[in-house]
Design a protein around this ligand. Structure first.
Ligand code: ZN
Length: 462
């Protein structure tokens, strides 16, 4: 039936980036997320393809959260003619004000580098999009009413956001198709009983569920504090520098929170901590401007006049010159810098400088997608390609999975336990195939629900 409601998976199907799904119902088209592909080259090249729909024919865009793999194609959508509303939570509006111009800047840098070194097929190489496109996208953002309150997005289609607990402003997306069925999109689910953000909120019902599966094959170990304390102490004992590639949203803030509390408890020495990222610095400020997003423990510390996102000797670095001067820094010290999977940004020069020295440690604290430098380090690479050179990896490389912002297997099942009736079908998105498969098997055996991985490009009835 031409008019039957449907959903089409246009990204993050069989992979963890490029989140994008198109809902069509009663002649309206609503895009859920508009993410950039990251990681492997063949994925990144997909960013350059035409959209599989006409951007000018969309009625609305609904964003789950600010991460670039969920929002980074918004400037491109706008560049290709979309002028309608982009709905997101209030905190997401503020975060995108930092992240989208940043993403555009990286695209412009890539193009400039390609031109300088002449390695583009096109002369001159053009950026995927520009800062002007990002600015235009920002003007189309529409802050949603508070969590739990339904709002109209197109025709009789309404959306209700609920807390996902993943990063500031992250929401699950409950899409009601008028008098018809209900699609629930998990976005990225966060953790339970973690500092800063409240737990993911349960959702009671869905006819079709799109569930992320990033860590569908993993259970995060407990004792994250102990692991972090031992990595910090071991690096300090060697007189080394602890280098942490961290996502600017949430990983940086949770790390600062944990270091602050470990210092207070006398469990780690009070080392100089450098947050070398203007974006992470801005985002840390944004956290403090959104009390509606923060958990009770955090707000209680604020009321007591504490600064929970600072350590004893904490420096936020904005200027490029100051960032470069960190190369002269002698350990023990901690440098936190973006990007979180070491795909770009200032972390690259810190890795180039610190990796050859066995005194230093590189600490990975978030999901590392296939094809990224972070993943290579995690998989034990002996050298890392940086600025056209193979840099020897002599530093220790540690991973603390418990510091991830993503729910593990048990936490996803816990969230699914909030549904009062099983969805008719659950499609697994946002996971590499082994993770999606394992989560699907668990959902069948533990919940008795029908589920399967979403196939890239397929369109399914709702
Ligand atoms: Zn995310």
């Amino acid at each position: 039936m031409a008019n039957a409601p449907s959903i089409q998976f246009l990204g993050a199907a069989g992979t963890v980036t490029g989140s994008m799904h198109l809902v069509t119902a009663s002649g309206r088209r609503v895009l859920l997320d508009c993410g950039l592909f990251q990681g492997l080259k063949e994925l990144r090249e997909r960013n350059w393809r035409d959209f599989q729909f006409d951007p000018t024919a969309l009625d609305a865009v609904v964003i789950s959260h600010a991460h670039i793999d969920h929002t980074g194609a918004l400037p491109l959508l706008v560049k290709r003619g979309y002028r309608g509303p982009i709905h997101c939570t209030k905190a997401t509006v503020d975060l995108l004000g930092v992240l989208l111009p940043d993403a555009a800047h990286l695209q412009e840098e890539d193009a400039e580098r390609a031109n300088r070194h002449g390695y583009s097929k096109h002369t001159p190489a053009l950026p995927l999009y520009t800062a002007a496109d990002a600015e235009q996208a920002l003007t189309q953002l529409r802050p949603a009413p508070p969590y739990g309150q339904a709002f109209p997005v197109a025709g009789d289609i309404t959306v209700t956001y609920r807390r996902a607990g993943h990063i500031l402003g992250a929401a699950t997306v409950d899409v009601k198709l008028g008098p018809g069925p209900r699609i629930v999109f998990s976005g990225d689910l966060g953790r339970y009983d973690r500092p800063i953000l409240p737990d993911p909120e349960p959702v009671a019902e869905a006819d079709v569920l799109l569930l992320e599966s990033t860590y569908g094959d993993r259970i995060h170990p407990a004792g994250t504090d102990d692991e972090l304390a031992s990595v910090v102490k071991a690096t300090a004992d060697r007189g080394g520098v602890l280098v942490v590639p961290a996502f600017v949203v949430d990983r940086t803030q949770e790390l600062l929170w944990m270091l602050h509390h470990l210092e207070d408890a006398g469990r780690v020495p009070q080392l100089p901590v450098y947050v070398d990222s203007p974006s992470a610095t801005d985002v840390t400020e944004i956290y403090l401007h959104h009390p509606e997003e923060l958990d009770e423990e955090f707000m209680a510390e604020i009321r007591r006049g504490q600064t929970p996102l600072h350590t004893a000797h904490c420096h936020f670095v904005r200027a490029v010159e100051e960032s470069k001067r960190l190369n002269d820094l002698r350990g023990p010290a901690i440098i936190v810098s973006a990007s979180g999977m070491a795909t770009g940004g200032r972390i690259l020069h810190h890795l180039a400088h610190r990796l050859p020295d066995p005194k230093n440690t590189v600490l990975l604290v978030g999901f590392q997608a296939l094809g990224t430098r972070g993943r290579s380090l995690q998989d034990g690479a002996k050298t890392l390609r940086l600025f056209g050179e193979d840099v020897p990896v002599q530093a220790k490389v540690e991973t603390i999975h418990g510091l991830s912002a993503h729910a593990d297997q048990n936490e996803m099942l816990r969230w699914l336990g909030g549904f009062k009736r099983p969805p008719r079908t659950t499609y697994l998105v946002h996971g590499e195939p082994p993770a999606a498969k394992m989560l699907g098997d668990l959902i069948s055996s533990k919940m008795g629900w029908s589920s399967r991985p979403a196939q890239d490009g397929e369109q399914v009835p709702v």
